[in-house]
Design a protein around this ligand. Structure first.
Ligand code: GLN
Length: 247
C-alpha cells in the first residue's frame, strides 16, 4: 500500500512549522510499513488532484496568500474541487483553509478570491487572535476527544450550510471568536486554524486522516496501532497547559 501526498505550495504556505505535519504523516505511515510519496506542487503547476490520497495546504500570511490565490484559481481550482467532491482527504491550515473557501477579505479591504471548494467566508477583523487553542471534536478520534494547537490570524471565518465545524472551542478563539466553532469539515476536507503544527500535537487526528486517505483507494483500512503513550501524554500536557494559562 502506498500513500501519495500532495504538499501544496510548500515554498510559500508554511508558517509556524506547518511542515511538521508532513513529517508526522510520513513517519506514522512509514512506521506501519506503508510507502509514502510526497509530491510538492507550487506556482505554475496544474496536476490532477484526484490522483493524490491526501493534500496538505499550510498557512501563510496575507502576502503569501496574495501570491498564490490567482494561481490557485487559474491552474488548480477545478481539479481541486473535483478531488474534494470525490473524497480526497485534504488538510488545510489557516491561510490555506481561508483560500479553500469563497474569499478572504484582508484588513485593508482587498478581497482575495478563494477556490470555493468549502462553503466558508473569511473577513479580517480589527485585532488578531493569537494563542493556544483547545477544541473538542465530534470526529470519531481514538485516544482523546480534544485537539490542541496555536492560532494567529486576523481572519474571521463563518461556515455556510454545507460545512460543519471541526470542533467546539474550549480555549481560544477558533473560526471567529463568536460562535464557539473551530475549523470545518466537508466530505473528507478539513480546514482549521490550528498551527502548532497540528498533527504532531494531535497524533490521533493524523491517524484519522491517514486511515481515511488510504480507505478511499484501498477499501476500509484499519491501521495497526502504534505505541502513542508519549505522544498522548504530550497532547494531554499541552491541553492542560492551555486550559490553565489561556482560559
Ligand atoms: N493571513 C491570514 C490571517 O491573518 C492567515 C494567517 C495564517 O495563516 N497564520 O487571517
Amino acid at each position: 500500500m502506498k500513500l501519495i501526498i500532495c504538499h501544496l505550495y510548500p515554498d510559500l504556505m508554511n508558517t509556524y512549522g506547518d511542515r511538521g505535519n508532513m513529517i508526522t504523516l510520513y513517519k506514522r505511515a512509514s512506521w506501519r510499513g506503508i510507502e509514502v510519496e510526497v509530491i510538492p506542487v507550487s506556482i505554475g503547476e496544474g496536476p490532477d488532484f484526484g490522483a493524490f490520497d491526501l493534500i496538505f495546504f499550510g498557512g501563510g500570511q496575507d502576502k503569501e496568500q496574495r501570491l498564490v490565490c490567482q494561481d490557485l484559481i487559474t491552474l488548480k481550482r477545478s481539479s481541486l474541487i473535483d478531488a474534494i467532491e470525490d473524497g480526497v482527504v485534504v488538510l488545510a491550515v489557516c491561510g490555506g483553509y481561508q483560500l479553500l473557501g469563497e474569499y478572504y477579505r484582508t484588513p485593508g479591504g482587498e478581497e482575495l478570491p478563494g477556490v470555493g471548494a468549502l462553503d466558508i467566508r473569511t473577513e479580517a477583523g480589527s485585532g488578531r487572535f493569537i494563542g493556544n487553542v483547545v477544541i473538542e471534536s465530534q470526529l470519531p478520534l481514538g485516544g482523546a476527544p480534544t485537539m490542541v494547537g496555536f492560532e494567529n490570524h486576523s481572519g474571521r471565518t463563518y461556515l455556510g450550510d454545507k460545512t460543519r465545524p471541526l470542533g467546539r472551542v474550549i480555549v481560544g478563539h477558533g473560526n471567529n471568536g463568536r460562535d464557539g466553532l473551530e475549523g470545518c469539515v466537508y466530505k473528507n476536507a478539513f480546514g482549521t486554524y490550528l498551527h502548532g503544527p497540528i498533527l504532531p500535537k494531535n497524533p490521533h487526528f493524523a491517524d484519522y486522516l491517514i486511515q481515511k486517505a488510504l480507505s478511499r483507494r484501498h477499501g476500509e483500512v484499519k491501521l495497526p496501532s502504534l505505541d502513542d503513550g508519549m505522544e498522548l501524554r504530550a497532547h494531554k500536557a499541552a491541553v492542560a497547559h492551555a486550559r490553565k494559562c489561556c482560559h
